[in-house]
Design a protein around this ligand. Structure first.
Ligand code: DGT
Ligand code: CA
Ligand code: CA
Ligand code: ZN
Length: 599
């Protein structure tokens, strides 16, 4: 709503502050209400990027369920702003212009106006723009009802932990597509082991995150969470927990194939267990037991898609356990700072990477000059930044890493366990070990050239390149753009190689076979961008890359310290693509990484 008001640098600053704050709150590992309960306004203000003004508004909302300032804005603007929020690439200004001209207040009327060809007549619009808007609406509608994994992850983990700690609960897991780390989630499927199902149901349906009870039974309930997603809860006796978990983790196709395997061995498999010809139960209390009874190795949830994983799990070979693990990453090769569109300084990002996520190195990959929107760096600014980074590294080496209590005072934001682990880690690792790499996210132009010359890039430690514009060029041109950038000896990595944003925009078209072939030929690394709305490369392409032995990296694309948590989603996607630790180069210690890149 603020963005719809007059252009004004103060307002844009405000808008950015609100956006950053909402992003941070969404990604907190505990509820904002819990933080407020524990430490009040002061607790809120300790959250990075939340200052006094926003903290008071949060307090006001927690106390009254409303924010007066927001109500005032709402009373001034009759557009249904929420509906347009996810419409990628169509900003508030455009929406306001359409409203001023045609009185369009909501999404369905925008679709109507666009399909009746009314938008093209507005000044500054065109048939092409109208078509683009229609396409975005269709894409948005298609994705409706499915949530991005990263959108629901913190909340689901909180509920899972709470269930696990409830008296009488022997085990609790969020199963289904969530456990398989699928990029989008239809609904959440909690499976709980307990013999006191009534008590658990009462507890579950009274949780504060639940906005609506859709159905309630003795062993199964259905609810809607207050972020809109539905959740099922199944309570099952302990001795059937493994088979129930196996069933409700899915995928459905994997489950069907497993039942066939069981039948082939003279067994019957269902939610309650594995039964032999005499209906005697022979497995079911653990998932491992279910797989082992069928002479299979336990299969990680991420690859249960009936894509050959059952074949791989036969004969007791240990091949499945070589998938990259969630604690395998040593560094992060795409990190942004406030030199461009990031929100924090290089020191802040480094400190968070080290202290909160236990990384040993990060590359600062700010955008380059042709990306005007982000205030991209030019040649000399890049070199200045490299010098600054080298000074920072010297300070780190001398043990003078700036540990002002900025991020370390995030009390209440982490669980006690995380705090203990962190303390242990800080004690174990010496402060002199961490390294910041000078780097860039160089913009690839339409003809495949770069906006920074090689003699500058060669002074940096590592360089990634990416496409950020002209998504509508045809597939041959896009592919050539990328191939040419890979042929450039200064380019080590291609960032987010297909440019997609899940449920928001299709990527640019690209010949993935050619891309992989060329990556292999030129020893260019391809990235799995771990931001949950990118996850680019996607699982299917990761699998193709792994088969062709193309090396990959997993990066957070962090624009704020809290974004390093996204690495989990990147690792999930890598596992879904059957990637082993050896396929992902930033699992290597720094020296080994640097000696295995192109130059
Ligand atoms: P979602 O929620 O659309 O993201 O995907 P899932 O995989 O979580 O699917 P959901 O919630 O419908 O069901 C959870 C699991 O329950 C599913 O992965 C496998 C199992 N399941 C559901 N329906 C069937 C079925 O008809 N047959 C078999 N074998 N399993 C099923
Ligand atoms: Ca589900
Ligand atoms: Ca379900
Ligand atoms: Zn970027």
């Amino acid at each position: 709503m603020l963005e719809m008001e007059e252009e004004n640098p103060n307002i844009m600053f405000k808008v950015r502050s609100y956006k950053t704050a909402s992003d941070v709150i969404r990604n907190l590992s505990s509820g904002i209400d819990e933080i407020y309960e524990d430490n009040g306004l002061k607790g809120l203000m300790q959250i990075p990027s939340i200052g006094k003004a926003i903290a008071s508004k949060i307090e006001e909302y927690l106390m009254t369920g409303k924010i007066k300032y927001l109500e005032e804005l709402k009373s001034k603007i009759s557009i249904n702003v929420d509906e347009f929020y996810d419409l990628e690439g169509i900003g508030p200004k455009t929406i306001k212009i359409i409203y001023d001209n045609l009185g369009v207040k909501d999404l369905s009327n925008l679709e109507k106006a666009a399909s009746e060809g009314k938008l093209r007549n507005i000044r500054g619009f065109s048939e092409k723009k109208e078509e683009m808007i229609l396409n975005k609406i269709r894409l948005l509608k298609k994705g409706r009802g499915r949530y991005l994994l990263g959108e629901v992850y913190p909340l689901v983990k909180q509920i899972e932990t709470r269930l696990l700690n409830f008296e009488g609960v022997k085990n609790a897991v969020a199963a289904g597509s969530f456990r398989r780390m699928k990029e989008t989630i239809g609904d959440i499927d909690f499976v709980v082991a307990s013999n006191e199902s009534k008590k658990i149901m009462d507890y579950f349906i009274s949780m504060p995150e639940i906005s609506e009870i859709l159905g309630r039974g003795t062993s199964k309930s259905f609810v809607r969470l207050n972020n809109g997603i539905d959740a099922d809860l199944l309570v099952i006796p302990e001795d059937s927990f493994g088979s129930a978990l196996q069933y409700f983790t899915g995928s459905k196709e994997h489950g069907v194939a497993m039942r066939k395997v069981a039948l082939g061995k003279g067994f019957h498999l269902n939610e309650w267990g594995i039964f032999d010809e005499n209906q005697k139960k022979v497995a079911g209390s653990t998932e491992e037991g279910v797989y082992h009874m069928l002479d299979l190795e336990w299969i990680p949830p991420e690859i249960r898609e009936n894509n050959g994983e059952i074949e791989l799990a036969k004969n007791g070979g240990k091949r499945l356990s070589r998938l990259i693990q969630y604690n395998d990453l040593k560094g992060d090769l795409q990190v942004h700072s406030n030199s461009t569109d990031g929100t924090m300084s290089i020191e802040d990002m480094a400190l968070a990477a080290k202290e909160t996520f236990g990384l040993e190195y990060i590359a600062i990959t700010d955008h380059t000059k042709s990306l005007k929107l982000t205030n991209g760096l030019d040649d000399s600014q890049l070199l200045d930044q490299a010098n600054k980074i080298s000074e920072l590294n010297d300070r780190i080496k001398q043990g003078r890493f700036d540990t002002k209590p900025r991020l370390s005072t995030r009390s209440g934001l982490e669980s006690q366990k995380a705090r203990d682990e962190k303390e242990k880690k800080t004690k174990m690792s010496d402060n002199k070990h961490f390294k910041i790499l000078s780097a860039a996210e160089v913009n690839i132009m339409n003809d495949g050239s770069l906006d920074i010359p090689n003699n500058v890039l060669d002074k940096l430690d590592i360089v990634g390149a990416a496409i950020h514009s002209s998504f509508s060029l045809p597939i041959e041109v896009q592919t050539d753009r990328l191939l040419k950038a890979m042929e450039n000896p200064s380019i080590d990595i291609i960032f987010h190689p297909t440019g997609r944003r899940i449920n928001k925009r299709e990527g640019y078209p690209v010949n993935i076979e050619k891309l992989l072939e060329n990556a292999k030929k030129t020893s260019t690394l391809l990235e799995i961008d771990a931001h949950y709305d990118r996850l680019d490369l996607k699982d299917e392409y990761v699998k193709m890359a792994v088969q062709k032995d193309v090396k990959l990296v997993i990066d957070s694309d962090a624009h704020h310290p809290i974004h390093f948590a996204f690495l989990t989603f990147g690792i999930g996607q890598a596992r879904r693509g059957w990637a082993k630790k050896s396929d992902i180069l930033n699992t290597l210690p720094l020296e080994e990484l640097l000696s295995s890149i192109k130059r």
